[in-house]
Design a protein around this ligand. Structure first.
Ligand code: ZN
Length: 261
């Protein structure tokens, strides 16, 4: 059985995957990029990429939609999700940037959790593209990977939150207490104490999060990988550093990108 996250990935056309790859091939330029994902006849296409800063991007949704229609014929009614790139930062790979940030997740979490009350979307899928260092034929290479995250319904994300963060009541989470913020000593955590990395891993264990390597070898377009748990490989110190990373004021800027409009 194909896992739900992989089904989502498999909907992208080969052309869309090439475009995704090309946007992240300039990852050394340290620019975030973001595109809308459109669905047409059951396949996913991406619109034009908007470029942002090192770890922030803001777009005007209506204008962006008009542009995608003009340049690619993708209609606002076909718009489904977003995909964005976390490039290198200071020329380096940070493990935390290989995950969705708290700002990437908070609005979507609340929208799906409360969808029966707020009329929001009952299901939301998101994609991030990031560089990853790995060994190929004994040599260190950087490949672009895509992390796919599916919020399939309220019940599932609430349950993933409970499993991954047992001390937290998922229904008490708000935008204010769930988003990481920088503190005076430069650390950054959220008031609820949510570990958003563990939350993503919990969804992975349920089949709703996974990773794809889009460089590929042997002319293969990409290699689906299992929903690996990177957290397990971190030492406790690294894990601590990861939690602090995630974070700074920089991630706030995502709030400007109105994903619902
Ligand atoms: Zn992000």
């Amino acid at each position: 059985m194909t896992k739900p996250w992989l089904k989502e990935w498999n909907k992208f056309t080969p052309q869309a995957i090439e475009e995704i790859k090309s946007h992240n091939d300039d990852t050394h330029l340290e620019k975030e990029w973001m595109s809308y994902v459109y669905e047409k006849n059951g396949r996913y296409y991406i619109g034009e990429a908007s470029l942002g800063q090192e770890s922030a991007i803001s777009v005007i949704p209506a204008e962006k939609g008009v542009k995608d229609y003009a340049s690619k014929g993708l209609k606002p009614a076909q718009r489904k999700w977003t995909i964005h790139g976390h490039p290198l930062k200071d020329g380096k790979i940070y493990n935390g940037r290989q995950y969705f940030s708290s700002v990437d997740l908070i609005d979507e979490f609340l929208e799906v959790r409360d969808s029966s009350k707020n009329g929001g979307r009952k299901r939301i899928v998101q994609f991030i593209v990031y560089p990853h260092e790995q060994k190929e034929n004994g040599e260190k290479v950087i490949h672009n990977r895509v992390r796919i995250l599916d919020f399939p319904n309220s019940k599932t994300i609430v349950s993933a939150m409970k499993t991954s963060n047992p001390k937290i009541d998922p229904y008490q989470i708000t935008r204010e207490n769930g988003m990481n913020k920088a503190t005076q000593n430069g650390t950054a955590l959220n008031d609820m104490g949510i570990d958003w990395f563990k939350f993503q891993e919990a969804l992975g264990n349920m089949g709703y999060m996974g990773i794809v390597d889009i460089e590929g070898r042997d002319n293969g377009h990409y290699h689906p990988l299992a929903a690996e748990s990177y957290m397990d490989r971190f030492t406790p110190m690294q894990r601590f550093a990861l939690l602090l990373f995630g974070v700074g004021a920089s991630f706030y800027a995502y709030a400007e990108w109105d994903k619902r409009a």
